[in-house]
Structure formats: C-alpha cells, structure tokens
Design a protein around this ligand. Sequence first.
Ligand code: SAJ
Length: 419
Amino acid sequence: NKVVVIGLGYVGLPTAAIMANAGIEVHGVDVNPATLQVLNAGGCPIGEPEVVKLVTGALASGRLKASDTPVTSDVFIICVPTPITDEKRADVSIVRAATRTLAKYVKKGDLIILESTSPVGTTEHTVGEELAAQGFDIREDLDLCYCPERVFPGSTISEIVENDRIIGGLTPRAAARASALYARFCTGGLLETASATAEFSKLMENTYRDVNIALANVFGHIAEASGIDVNDAITLANRHPRVNVHKPGPGVGGHCIPVDPWFLIDGFPEQTGLLLQSRLINDGQPHHLWARVKRVSGAIGKVAILGAAYRGNLDDARDTPAEHLIHALKADGVGYAVHDPHVSKFRLHCGQEVPVNTDLAQTLDGADAAIIMTDHSAYRGLGPEAFAGMSGKLIADGRNLVDRCALSAAGFTVIPVGA
Ligand code: SAJ
C-alpha cells in the first residue's frame, strides 16, 4: 500500500498528491533541493491553486513525504523529464538515471510504471535494461508498464483524475496490476494494451496536435496572401461534421507539443517527412510574424513582446514561442522588453535569463511595435488607450485578440494572424 514516485514535477507531484488523498502512502523523490525544501516546509512548488490545495493537504496528512532517495516499496512510478537535445534527438538519460537509482530498492514482484512521454521502446529497452542489469527477468520477476500522463497544464487535477488512461503493460499481468492501482484514483476508462503501443499512442496524440496546428498555420499563410480572413473561413469549415481545423498563431510552445514529434522523427526519419515539415512550420511562425512587421516598417528600434507564457493564462514559459521571436530580434539588432501578467522571468535555452515586466504600460513605453505572443485574457479587446505610450503605432497580433476596429480608427496598423 505504498507507492514511490520518482520526479516531483508538473506530473509527478500532483499524481503523488492525488494518490495520497486516495489513502495511499506516497514517498516522493526528487533531485532538486529547492523542490524538496518547499515540500518539506509543507508548501507546494507549483502555483496552480487546485494542485496547491491537494499537495499541502497530502503533506499535512502525513501520507505524502518527499526526499532525495527512494525507499523500498511494492510500486514505483517514474515521472521525470524526457527532453530533446540541441540536435533534436530524444534524450532518455534522465529516465535511465532514475531507473538506476530506484533499481537498488526494487525487489522481485514489484510494479514499475513509466509515465514520462518517451520514444517507442523506452519501457522495455531503457527501463527494462537497467532493471535487467540488477539481475531481474523483466517479464517474470517484475511487472513493468508504460502509463502516459495526459495533463493539460491549468487543469492538472481534473485531467489526471477524469481522463481515460492508457495502461501499457510489458505483459498483460503487468497491465492488469497497474489498472488496479489507477482505478483507486482515476474515474476515466483504463485502457489496457502493450507498452510499445502505449508509447506510440502518446506520441501520436501530441503529434496529431502539432501537425494540425501546422495545417492551420499554412491556411493562415494562404489567407494572408489572398486577403481572406482565415478565422472566418475556419469557423465555416468547422461546421462540417468531420472537420476540426485548429487555430493559427505565433508559434507552438510548451514542454510537450514542440518536443514529442521529434521522438518519432528521431526514431523513424524515413516515415516522418510530414511531421518534420510541421515542426519547421510551427517553429517558423514567430519569424514569419516578425518578417510581416518588418515589411510594414523598416525602422524599428524597440519591440514590446506581449506574453512570455506558452499558452494563455498560464505562468509557464517553457519552450515559449517568444524565445524564437527574441532570437529573430537579436539577429536584427532590435531591442525588446517583455510583458506578462503571470510570468516574472524566464530562461532561454542558451542560459540567458529574460526579465519580464508585469506592468503593460511600462513595457509599451517607447516601443516602436508591439507583438502579441500569448492568448492571455488580459490582452483580449485591448484598444488605443492601452497602447497610448508607444512611440510607434504598429501592433502584430499573433492571437487576434485586440480591438482591431478601434485601433485602426485611432491610426494604428494592426497585423493580424491569417488575415
Ligand atoms: N496552439 C496553437 N493552436 C491551437 C492549439 C494550440 O497555436 O489550435 C499552441 C498553444 O498556444 C501552445 C501550444 O500550441 O503554444 C501547445 O499548447 P496545447 O494547447 O496543444 O497544449 P499543451 O502543450 O499545454 O498540452 C498538450 C496536450 N495534448 C493534446 O492536447 C494532444 C495535453 O493533453 C498533454 O497532456 C500535454 O500536451 C502533455 O503533457 O503531453
């Protein structure tokens, strides 16, 4: 009746807290001293209110504990990051290191579950290999599973509890055992399959979204070239019962959608031309928007970037499209200031920390152009008063949020996406 969770990040920590609140004794493990310090003081390192409530409650109940080392247990769940390298290769070294750490605490008969989004074959070949190195027969002695998370940041708890969950067992016995565990805190369907099928399915879900967003962005380019408003056309197309065109925008961010398709591209280069093209289209969107701004005005010294978060109303700036825009501005020697109501700073991949202002008027002060990158509610419907402090009158609206009519009437040039 005890579960060890390795990795107390955006997925591991909420999962640990949900299990603790379902009456399971949970021992969380993390290598980050700052995370452990906050948790051991009874706090929560993630800001989402529902998560804070559940984590602090679980800690107070004594059923959730956190440290930097595992303990013996019957069940281990791995929720660590699976990044891509600068060369866009899948990096499963953290999964390997986590498995090596927990392998010392594993005994015959234990259930080991991987939740991290991973290349096809990781459960059997990376996790399995490390456990086999300890002398285990990974089919006979242990139950090994891949059960991917499907968390949509911003609604973490309800997504973990209510979504259907894929349960991929290396053996049917392993899948049945993991199902029984998830049934204790998940109300969604528990869909048993093989581990490799589950790994592929998870990658399919996020790749489907990336390719569809790329398609929407291409429709946006066509609309821009033809003078039609893409949003009107999409609204009409989506009235077809089998069509769901996604939203064009200023790029695709987050730690999942811009990363996961690379796992398939890396593993299956000959089969994934469409996926590669989609990745390039979506990563090119911030550059595309900046190129359109430059076509309207060649004399821009300072840009105000509105939105550091990768998606609206989140405080999460990981892999934000704003990073691509910053690189484009730097390459052209253009200065920038960043505004976000929810983010105070973020770090670029090169290590540079970018300060973020939470005061919109201060950020816009003296800017020649404003570029809206994030669909925060705070930007919806903004009119001329909001942009009054700018030096220039140019707004690129990457999310089609501002009051285009009022701004045009006040002499602003607004560049929308897909129109
Ligand atoms: N975006 C668009 N147009 C759209 C939809 C999204 O430009 O039509 C952009 C967003 O603004 C954002 C990026 O794409 O920059 C990614 O956002 P997202 O809404 O696709 O979601 P994520 O990355 O927060 O979470 C995704 C979800 N996956 C799917 O919807 C298939 C979530 O359910 C997964 O659990 C999560 O990835 C994950 O952890 O894998």
